[in-house]
Design a protein. Structure first.
Length: 230
């Protein structure tokens, strides 16, 4: 009988030793998770700060590019630099007859002067690594249907690109760089322009734009993945 109670007492003691040990183990595991979480948050904060610095750098490049483009083309008649995007805008009368998509004779001389000067800024002044795309974009006015003007604006942009990449273009050395980055868009009349009084301008809406895209979209995509924890 005494042995029986001794065994029961010993069992209670063993059980009492077991539960504190199990509690200590859970506490240790919890502390490990907390420590890992803190370390991950510290790493994440460093990554986010690095990403912010990179984005700030990209935005600074855009500002510098716009300034350089303004300086390069400030004395050029008929060329306007968009202060926000850096797009170079010129009226299609420089390049085309009304409602036509074939380049007029004066257009070749204009493009021979404009395109090398434009690419000299984008690709020869330390910006090339930041440029992901160069876009020739055609725009039409509201005369006619959307589809008609989509075709017209696309054909006009394509005519410019076709000449710049052709055998007739005198600056063969820049064609390879263009082929790596150039795209052509037509926007129909979806992005019209207004005059100084804020009224819709048919003349200003008919235009061709040379635009660039920085690698900010890749940066933003990386930021999204970072924030989502991918």
């Amino acid at each position: 009988m005494i042995n029986k109670y001794r065994k029961l007492f010993k069992g209670e003691q063993d059980e009492g030793h077991f539960w504190p040990s199990f509690t200590d183990l859970l506490t240790a595991i919890l502390l490990c998770f907390v420590l890992i979480f803190i370390i991950m948050m510290v790493i994440k904060s460093f990554q986010i700060e690095e990403m912010k610095r990179t984005i700030d750098q990209i935005m600074g490049v855009r500002v510098d590019l716009v300034n350089d483009l303004n300086e390069e083309f400030e004395d050029s008649n008929g060329i306007m630099v968009d202060e926000q995007t850096g797009a170079l805008i010129f009226n299609t009368d420089i390049l085309f007859e009304f409602d036509e998509a074939e380049l007029i004779p004066q257009a070749y001389e204009f493009l021979d002067e404009f395109v090398p000067a434009y690419l000299d800024v984008l690709l020869e002044r330390g910006y090339e690594d930041y440029i992901s795309e160069i876009i020739i974009e055609g725009h039409a006015d509201r005369t006619g249907s959307y589809i008609y003007n989509m075709e017209l604006s696309q054909e006009r942009a394509f005519s410019v690109a076709e000449y710049v990449l052709s055998e007739d273009f005198p600056y063969k050395n820049i064609q390879e760089a263009l082929e790596d980055k150039l795209t052509v868009n037509g926007r129909s009349y979806t992005v019209g322009r207004t005059d100084e009084d804020g009224n819709y301008s048919y003349e200003d809406s008919r235009r061709v734009e040379f635009k660039f895209r920085l690698k900010d979209e890749e940066i933003l995509e990386a930021t999204r993945e970072l924030l989502e924890g991918n």
